[in-house]
Design a protein around this ligand. Structure first.
Ligand SMILES: C[S@@+](CC[C@H](N)C(=O)[O-])C[C@H]1O[C@@H](n2cnc3c(N)ncnc32)[C@H](O)[C@@H]1O
Length: 322
């Protein structure tokens, strides 16, 4: 991290644009320093979210599509592609295409990717309408008007793989659920869902819930005054990194089964309630201190399992066994 390069005023302006809903209306990248400041701060937090998603895919034995290009749509500083390359390596046959309404952003993203992975092939252009490869989308959904989203989903329908990461807010999650429902007839849903049925969040009794998860932040951020300053400007809690995500794949995908844990468990003195999702829907599950002492202790310490089998009858599936 090079905090000397961070333009704090630019971060304040960006944060205002993200919050007041004007980010979609006009290009907010004024110069390269905006992108550098974003990349070092907002971008790092987004990187940790991508690491969470891609680690899960790796642990599950999922492998990237080998055919077609990798497109970072609405690339900004290109953090999604760099995380993808970190996890799956630079496939020499792949082309990495950066697309954004801002040509400044496309150039910055390509340069940063080339600095880290000098041998990759990079394109800066509008994605082909009939793309066949992998589409990475990150923190773009809330900036898109309906017609722009329709166009993006038209493109996504031709992809082999779509990996989409958004903030863990109610609004972003609900929009991503709508995307899932529009695309899932042509894809297998790989994650976060454990099933191919309709999203259980869409029933009237689950209207107040949203599908979100928490990525870990590196512990050093809690002891760094620069991060504290960023948290104040951005209005974020450094201890919490909520995200929503969706991974779709046209290739046959092994189903995890089990129940996906959503959000934070509510932990009481002798029991905890976890919101869980499987093909039967989204509902609360109960874990008791008496019946599952180890799992209960983990929950007390804030360790949230990714998946679990019915906590009333069986122990949780540890995330490192996925
Ligand atoms: C919040 S930034 C996220 C950047 C990057 N994907 C990330 O996760 O860090 C949203 C990006 O979407 C781009 N964007 C917004 N509307 C767009 C559109 N209609 N077409 C292409 N890019 C768009 C913006 O220029 C910006 O770079």
């Amino acid at each position: 991290m090079d905090w000397e390069k961070v333009d704090w005023k630019a971060l304040e302006r960006l944060r205002t644009a993200f919050l007041d809903g004007t980010a979609g209306a006009q290009d907010y990248w004024r110069n390269e320093n905006d992108l550098e400041s974003y990349d070092q701060t907002f971008g790092q937090r987004i990187l940790w979210k991508w690491n969470y998603v891609l680690n899960e895919l790796k642990q599950r034995g999922w492998s990237p599509a080998t055919a077609g290009e990798v497109i970072d749509w609405g690339c900004g500083s290109g953090i999604a592609t760099r995380s993808y390359l970190d996890h799956f390596g630079p496939d020499p046959s792949a082309t990495f295409l950066f697309w954004d309404r801002s040509s400044l952003a496309m150039q910055y993203a390509a340069r940063k990717a080339r600095e880290a992975f000098p041998d990759i092939k990079v394109w800066l252009e509008r994605p082909p309408e009939r793309m066949s490869g992998t589409l990475l989308i990150s923190h773009a959904l809330t900036e898109l008007a309906d017609a722009q989203l329709d166009e993006l989903l038209g493109l996504a329908a031709h992809a082999t793989v779509v990996i989409w990461v958004e903030p863990g807010t109610y609004d972003a999650s609900r929009k991503l659920i709508a995307v899932r429902e529009r695309l899932h007839s042509v894809f297998q849903v790989v994650a976060p869902c454990t099933h191919q049925a309709a999203c259980g969040m869409l029933t009237p009794e689950n209207e107040r819930h949203w599908c979100h998860h928490f990525a870990p932040s590196p512990p050093e951020v809690f002891m760094d005054g620069h991060w504290a300053r960023f948290a104040k400007i951005a209005g974020v809690d450094l201890r919490s990194l909520p995200l929503s995500f969706l991974v779709l794949d046209k290739r046959p995908a092994p189903q995890t089964g089990g129940i996906r844990v959503i959000g934070r468990p509510r932990v009481y003195k002798a029991h905890a309630l976890l919101l869980g999702c499987d093909s039967s829907g989204v509902q609360d599950y109960r874990q008791t201190k008496r019946e599952q002492p180890d799992q209960f202790r983990h929950l007390k310490k804030g360790k949230i399992p990714t998946y679990f089998t019915n906590p009333g009858k069986a122990p949780s599936i540890p995330t490192d066994k996925l």
